[in-house]
Design a protein around this ligand. Structure first.
Ligand SMILES: [Zn+2]
Length: 268
């Protein structure tokens, strides 16, 4: 059959689809005119089916869900980073607490010895020096603990903020997921209806015409048949010379015409 490379609109009989430009022969019992009408109806359904499949693959609800998931991933990464920083500070905090309690215990032990009066004067003096030194260390440790606490505060606030954002996004995700399910279902139902309509129409199109249509359609963005509207191919918008239009309109009912530019089946 003719394709986009043919030099002029060609007409060929359904009975001789392998001929490039045979002269029309007599029509089979089922006239291609009716076939062409059904072919146009089939094309309408196929365009709708293609659109629905495209819509299903590109649902905005799907994009929304993906965007939310990306943001949740980002939050999880941020949270992990803050957690790691916070863990270092927590470790330092426990270390300081442990050391402080050791110092406190040490001071208490020395003071206990002082109270029982078991130490001599020299010992008392040495103990006083040690208590003073331990007291200074304790104050130092408490300063460090305060520093760690100050460093922890913004991290804790950030963790709270991240958790709040995650909770909000999780709720958004739930809603987006529900919306996506509904959108998929709506498109699938419409698709099922279109496919159900298409079936019987397909059976009414002569087999050779159908296979030619499918072949052209596969090559030309899903459109295998075009109307001739005021001398112009609705498939590629080429305007045919008036004499060709006239020839197509006078062509026998059993012939199939093709657009000379795009090669689509042309329905006058
Ligand atoms: Zn065309």
């Amino acid at each position: 059959m003719a394709d986009g490379t043919s030099s002029s609109p060609t007409s060929s009989s359904l009975d001789s689809t392998s001929d490039e430009d045979s002269t029309p022969t007599s029509a089979p019992a089922e006239g291609p005119a009716a076939g062409l009408k059904q072919l146009l109806a089939l094309q309408d359904e196929d365009i709708l089916i293609d659109q629905l499949r495209h819509r299903r693959a590109h649902l905005p609800e799907q994009a929304t869900l993906r965007a939310i998931d990306a943001r949740l991933d980002g939050l999880a990464r941020d949270r992990a980073k803050v957690d790691a920083e916070r863990a270092i500070l927590s470790g330092r905090e426990s270390e300081l607490e442990r050391e402080t309690s050791e110092v406190v215990a040490r001071i208490a032990a020395i003071e206990e010895r002082g109270r029982t009066g078991s130490a001599g004067y020299r010992d008392q003096e040495a103990m006083a020096v040690e208590v003073a030194s331990l007291g200074a260390r304790r104050a130092e440790l408490e300063d460090h603990e305060l520093e760690v606490l100050e460093l922890s505060e913004p991290l804790d606030a950030e963790i709270e903020r991240l958790d709040g954002a995650r909770a909000e996004l999780t709720a958004d995700r739930e809603a987006a997921s529900t919306a996506l399910e509904a959108a998929v279902q709506a498109v699938e139902e419409e698709l099922a209806r279109a496919l159900a309509r298409r079936g019987p129409i397909e059976h009414e199109v002569p087999a050779l015409m159908l296979s030619e249509y499918e072949r052209i359609r596969g090559r030309l963005d899903g459109v295998g048949v075009a109307r001739l509207v005021r001398g112009t191919c609705s498939g590629c918008h080429l305007t045919l010379p008036a004499i060709e239009v006239d020839r197509l309109q006078r062509a026998p009912k059993d012939s199939i015409a093709h657009c000379e530019q795009c090669g689509r089946i042309l329905v006058p």
